[in-house]
Write a new protein. Structure first.
Lengths: 235, 235
DNA sequence: TAATCGTCGATTGTCGACAGTTTAATCTTG
DNA sequence: CAAGATTAAACTGTCGACAATCGACGATTA
C-alpha cells in the first residue's frame, strides 16, 4: 500500500536552473561594483562571457528589473539602475515601515531557539568587527535583520526585505566604508534583541525606527557626497 | 535628419512591447477567472493563441511569477498560483502595514488638488454603488487606495501596492460577491478621507488598520468557505 | 491483483538566426 | 572647423528548431 518511495533524506541535487544562476551572477556583479550604475548590460556580451545563449540572460535581466537592480529602455537595452538620493530615501523609508512590522510580528513568534539564533548572530557580528572587512560586516548586519523577517513568518515580508536589501547593497558597495564603528553597531543590535524579547509593540517600533533611521541618516549623508561618476549616464 | 523631436508630453504609445502585452493579457485572464488557480500555463498554447512565439510568453510568465500570480516548477512549467487562506492573511497583513504608512505620508503631502481627487473618487464609488457590477465596484475601491499611495509619493510604495492588489484581485474574483453593501463601503472611505485631512498620524493609522482589517476579516471568512475546486490541484 | 518498469507523446530549456532599430563613425558642406 | 547628413557596425526583439525531460499509459512480473 505504500505508494511513495521510502523517503530517505537525500538532498535534492541542484537543478541547473540557468536563469537563476545568471541572475545571481549579475546581482553579484552589480553589488561588487563590477557593473557600475548607469552601465549598459549587453545581452550578447554577458551571454558570451558566461557561455550561454541570450535567452536565459534576457529572462534573468527581466528578473533583476522587477527587483529594481536594472532598468529597461525598450529597444535600447538594460542598464544598471542609477540610484539617486531620493531613491535611497524611498528604500530606507520602506525598510523602516517593513522592519518595524516584522519586529512586532517576530516578537510574538519569539521562541528560545529564535532568541539563540539572533544572539549567535550578534556574536558573529562582534567577531567580524575585529576583522577589517566592510563587505562581510555589512552582510552580517543584514543577516540579523533578515532573521527578524524570517521569524516574523511571512514569505512576502521576507521577499520584500530581500528586494530592499539588494537595492541597498548596491549603494553601500559604492560608499565603500562603514558609517560607524562595527563594535558599536553590534551593540546596537543587542539593544534591539532586548526589546524584541520584552515584546512591547510600541517600544519595538520606536527602537527599530531609530535604529534604521540612524543608518539612513549616515548613508544618506555619504551618498550625497559621492563622486558624480555614479550619476553621470543617460536618463 | 531627426533633430530630436520636441518632447511634448505624449504618452509614448506602446512600442509593440510584446512582453508587456502578454503579461497584461495573462494577468487579466487570471483575474477574470479564465485561468483558475492551480491551472497549468502551457507556453506553446498561449503563444499559439496570441500569435506570437514562446520567448515573449516565457518572459511575461517570469514577470507574473515575480509578481506572485504564477509559480514555476522547474522542468514542469508555470502554474496559476494557488492562494491558501494563509496567503490571504499574509497579503492583508502586509497591506495594512504598507497602507498605514502610505496614509501618514499622504496626509503630509495633502493638497487641495489631492483632496479633490480623492473626493471625486468617493463620488464615483457612490455612483458605482447603484449599478450591480461587483468587478467595477472593487476596482473603484482599489483606485481610491491606490491614490493614497500615489499621493504618498514613493514609487516603490506604489509598486508594492499594485503587486499586493493584483494578488488580492485574483482571489476576490473567485469569491464573486462583495463583503458589504457598496454604499456603506463608500461611506467608510469618506471617514478615511476625513482623518487624512486632519493629519494626525496615530488616528490615520488606527483608522486604516481598522478599515482594511474589516475587509480582511470578511474576505478571510468567504475564502475559507470556498468550494475546494480552487485548492485541488498539484502541489 | 497490485506494484514496478519501460515506452511514447507532449512540453520545457536552450540555442542560433534574422529583421528592424539604435548607436557610432565617417563623410560632406557651409 | 563645426554641424549636419550618411553609412556601417552593434544590438535588441522575436522567431523556429532541437535535444532533454516529464507524465501517462500500458506491459511485465511476482
Amino acid at each position: 500500500m505504500r505508494l511513495m518511495s521510502p523517503p530517505v533524506g537525500l538532498t535534492a541535487l541542484a537543478d541547473t536552473d540557468l536563469v537563476g544562476q545568471v541572475a545571481r551572477i549579475l546581482t553579484q556583479a552589480i553589488i561588487k561594483g563590477q557593473l557600475l550604475p548607469g552601465a549598459k548590460v549587453v545581452e550578447a556580451g554577458i551571454a558570451r562571457e558566461l557561455g550561454v545563449s541570450r535567452a536565459p540572460v534576457r529572462e534573468a535581466a527581466r528578473l533583476l528589473e522587477q527587483q529594481g537592480l536594472l532598468v529597461s529602455h525598450p529597444r535600447r537595452g538594460f542598464f544598471v539602475r542609477k540610484l539617486e538620493a531620493t531613491d535611497i530615501d524611498e528604500v530606507y523609508d520602506l525598510r523602516i515601515c517593513v522592519e518595524c512590522h516584522a519586529g512586532v510580528l517576530a516578537s510574538k513568534n519569539m521562541t528560545p531557539a529564535n532568541r539563540d539564533m539572533l544572539r549567535r548572530q550578534i556574536d558573529v557580528m562582534h567577531e567580524t568587527a575585529a576583522i577589517d572587512d566592510h563587505a562581510r560586516q555589512i552582510e552580517e548586519d543584514y543577516k540579523f535583520h533578515r532573521m527578524i523577517c524570517e521569524i516574523a513568518g511571512s514569505k512576502r515580508l521576507l521577499r520584500l526585505f530581500d528586494d530592499l536589501a539588494s537595492e541597498l547593497r548596491m549603494t553601500i558597495g559604492l560608499i565603500g566604508r562603514l558609517y560607524d564603528d562595527p563594535h558599536r553597531i553590534a551593540q546596537t543590535h543587542e539593544a534591539l534583541l532586548e526589546v524584541l524579547e520584552q515584546g512591547h509593540a510600541d517600544i519595538i517600533t520606536a527602537r527599530i525606527d531609530y535604529h534604521i533611521g540612524a543608518a539612513w541618516r549616515e548613508v544618506g549623508k555619504l551618498v550625497r557626497e559621492l563622486p558624480s561618476s555614479t550619476n553621470g549616464a543617460a536618463t
